[in-house]
Design a protein around this ligand. Structure first.
Ligand code: GAL
Length: 681
């Protein structure tokens, strides 16, 4: 099954607007509460609920029991009250009878210990018993409810790999060997790719090949074996998803999804996204983060990118606190709506939550919900009702897409896995914080970004950021160089382009993959200890990483003025064809970084969607062929004035040239007289 680009539009067409609702777990409540639920859902404007995610034990209380009657009643009740259903295949967490009956399907950790049931997702993704049971359950539900009028979307399992990203059991080892055989064809090729001449690791028989289980103390498993293990494990979860999606495809016509988890390292979502009809995401604020709203935007931009710019769906976020962080900070008044509308601004076709009604029991009983423990006489409920009204007022944006940003940040799971392997020059170097830093600089200037696969089409962007993309294959390196040659501006940061897809160093001076493009040759890495810094020729300071390097064809913008690499270039620019290739070989201080970003945006002629935006106001534009809508989010504590003209949809007010946004406020303006249809940039 391949992605259906119109999948989300099919859902919103059935809803008649944007989606609003969340996970609904009626099995946790007596039936009389269900009636209260539908009444309150109507009151809040809820039009879509996800049902059955954790219902396996209730649907099949034992291996030979099948009790779907209660689900029939729930779906009928929803339909009767005009609430649509995203129906789960209920396979997210096998019940205790399953792991008791099939002990070999249990999750095994790297030291060989079998993990028990009693939490959730305690299974091995490669288990054939598990796959058979999931396919069976998905098939029963698909056959029973394919025609049910409430069902508008199918939800396969839940958050694949969240708690069982790698399983090291014997069945996984067998599957890993088969995967390796298919990838390499012969043991010789595997030995070559894994570099097993090192440390006497040569394999003479496939049976000797193992997952990278816990190894001798204070040592390191073979890095390419580890890298392949990440690849294999991501693929096993995708195969488990497809095992069910294929069953659904044989019975149902509604689109199919499974919920992603933003920047979740274990799963290569570029690959996964090819196989879902609707890209959907769960995004939870990290309370300890200094700028959690920025992370919200970043996660939403990743989802839009995975959906290739098509509409996607925010499947879960929280009305207030979660339960799984060390300190579960409650959202401030207005923050929930701000977060929801940030996602909608960035292409989500609605806002769904975990969960409808706060549980009384279980590990998530202190997780917020649309209906909190306090009931409807509560701030959260009042804001929930208000948000329902807002989303209804935004029905007309359904089906529109986000104006394409001028900047792309390359994000590759393979490079991420590679960069974070052990025994590297510095443990402080990783693409994740690098990408965040660049994204943050763009976000604070209200400049949007897409994320790009290294093999993705870069045409249409004016600036491409390559943050610490340690591993790159020849094709991606060549494509980047060709794009710059055609006039693009690329900025490549340190520890990029160092190894090939087998994690073999590209020889002849770093960064082997981009040496010619950047016009720089690095002889030696000189990482800095935590807390130490060096000076650059412009008076700024830099941390984390330095290098003994020289320019070949590039021009040095700054050089190291102190420290072990004094005299070497730190930031360089190389003219390449009609474009420019910048290299940033160290971690710049905040001022130097900000000024570099301004220089690059200026050179690439990338601007915010609106001139004259006050600082701290996020602005994103959605558009269709005839209309454009500007979403404005005020992240400051002060009222601000925004120069815009049109009709503000949340307050239903005409705006004649100047809009006042209260502190923390959100506005959505249907703009007058914009040149819609012209795609930007
Ligand atoms: C997600 C999950 C939900 C719930 C929620 C709590 O990981 O899909 O079932 O656990 O987080 O934040």
């Amino acid at each position: 099954m391949t992605r259906r680009p119109q999948g989300m539009q099919e859902v919103t067409a059935r809803l008649g607007g944007l989606a609003y609702g969340g996970d609904y777990n009626p099995e946790q409540w007596p039936r009389e509460v269900w009636l209260d639920d539908v009444r309150l859902m109507r009151e809040a404007g809820v039009n879509l609920v996800t049902v059955g995610v954790f219902s396996w034990a209730r649907l099949q209380p034992g291996p030979d029991r099948w009790e779907p009657g209660w689900l029939d009643d729930v779906l009928d009740l929803m339909h009767e009250h005009e609430i649509a259903v995203d129906l789960a295949t209920a396979t997210a967490s096998p019940p205790p009878w399953f792991t008791t009956r099939f002990p070999a399907a249990a999750l095994v950790d790297e030291s060989g210990a079998r993990r028990g049931h009693g939490a959730r997702q305690a299974y091995c993704p490669s288990s054939s018993d598990l796959r058979a049971a999931c396919a069976d359950l998905a098939g029963r539900l698909a056959q029973r409810y394919a025609e049910h009028p409430a069902v508008v979307l199918w939800h396969v399992s839940n958050e694949y790999a969240c708690h069982n990203w790698h399983c090291y059991c014997d069945a996984s080892a067998t599957a890993f060997r088969a995967w390796l055989e298919a990838r390499y064809g012969s043991l010789e090729a595997l030995n070559q790719a894994w570099g097993t001449a090192f440390w006497s690791q040569g394999y003479g028989d496939w049976a000797e090949v193992l997952p990278p289980r816990a190894v001798s103390y204070n040592s390191f498993a073979n890095p390419t074996q580890q890298l392949d293990w990440w690849r294999f494990s991501s693929g096993e979860h995708l195969a488990l998803y497809r095992n069910e999606a294929d069953v659904l495809a044989a019975h149902v016509t509604q689109p199919v999804t499974t919920n992603f988890m933003s920047f979740f390292k274990p799963l290569d979502y570029w690959e996964f996204a090819e196989h879902v009809d609707v890209v959907s995401n769960d995004d939870y604020l990290i309370g300890a983060d200094p700028r959690p709203d920025e992370l919200t935007a970043m996660s939403a931009d990743l989802m839009r990118s995975l959906a290739a710019g098509d509409p996607w769906l925010l499947m879960e976020h929280s009305t207030s606190a979660v339960n799984w962080q060390p300190h579960n900070v409650a959202k401030a008044p207005g923050q929930m709506a701000r977060n929801s509308l940030q996602h909608v601004a960035r292409g989500s076709e609605g806002a769904l939550f975990f969960q409808w009604r706060a549980s009384r029991a279980g590990a998530e009983k202190f997780h917020s919900a649309l209906v909190p423990h306090a009931g409807t006489d509560s701030r959260v409920w009042r804001e929930v009702v208000e948000l329902g009204g807002h989303l209804k007022a935004l029905a007309e944006v359904a089906g529109s897409t986000v104006e394409r940003p001028g900047v792309a940040i390359v994000h590759d799971w393979q490079a991420w896995w590679g960069a974070e392997l052990d025994s590297h020059p510095s443990r402080d170097v990783s693409p994740a914080p690098q990408a965040r830093r660049w994204y943050s600089a763009l976000w604070s200037r209200s400049v949007g970004a897409d994320f790009a696969h290294p093999h993705g089409d870069l045409d249409g962007y004016r600036l491409v950021v390559v943050p610490c993309q340690y591993l790159v294959d020849d094709a991606a390196a060549a494509a980047l160089a060709a794009w710059v040659e055609r006039g693009g501006i690329a900025v490549v940061t340190y520890f990029s382009g160092i190894v090939d897809e087998h994690d073999h160093v590209r020889l002849g001076g770093y960064p082997g993959a981009h040496r010619d493009l950047l016009g720089v040759r690095i002889e030696e890495f000189v990482p800095l200890l935590p807390g130490s810094a060096v000076e650059l020729s412009d008076g700024s300071r830099a941390t984390t990483w330095t290098e003994h390097a020289r320019t070949t064809t590039a021009e040095a913008v700054t050089t190291y003025a102190s420290g072990p690499t004094a005299g070497s270039p730190a930031v360089t620019v190389n003219r390449h064809g009609r474009g420019q290739a910048w290299y940033v070989g160290t971690e710049l201080d905040d001022d130097a970084f900000a000024s570099l970003v301004d220089t690059l945006l200026g050179a690439a002629d990338v601007v915010a969607p609106l001139a004259g935006l006050p600082p701290g106001v996020e602005a994103v534009r959605r558009r269709d062929d005839a209309t454009s809508w500007l979403f404005l989010v005020n992240h400051t504590d002060a009222s601000v004035e925004v120069p815009v003209e049109g009709h503000e949809l949340l307050g239903d007010l005409a705006v004649a040239g100047r809009l006042t946004l209260r502190p923390g406020g959100v506005a959505v303006v249907r703009e007058t007289d914009r040149d819609v249809g012209a795609s930007s940039p």
